[in-house]
Design a protein around this ligand. Structure first.
Ligand SMILES: [Zn+2]
Length: 78
């Protein structure tokens, strides 16, 4: 349940860019080098909606509704 709280926080964080910079992922995200965890599409800053952690890895989630739902389910099941 702690993890579930984290994703809600991440999705509602309006300052994702700052978090990504802190994690060292920002440049790679902007260049499209990262892939969204659920759909597998290349990352862009425009459709990023949130982050979550799975197995110690930071995963990014886009703003497609199925990806948001998928991420939430994964976190809840983890
Ligand atoms: Zn997606």
């Amino acid at each position: 349940m702690v993890k579930a709280t984290n994703i809600v926080k991440a999705i509602h964080n309006s300052d994702l860019g700052r978090v990504l910079k802190k994690l060292g992922l920002y440049e790679r995200l902007v260049r499209g080098e990262l892939r969204y965890a659920i759909c597998g599409y290349p990352s862009t800053l425009e459709n990023l909606s949130g982050l979550y952690e799975e197995n110690g890895e930071v995963k990014i989630v886009c703003n497609r509704i199925e990806c948001l739902v998928g991420a939430t389910e994964r976190v809840f099941l983890a």
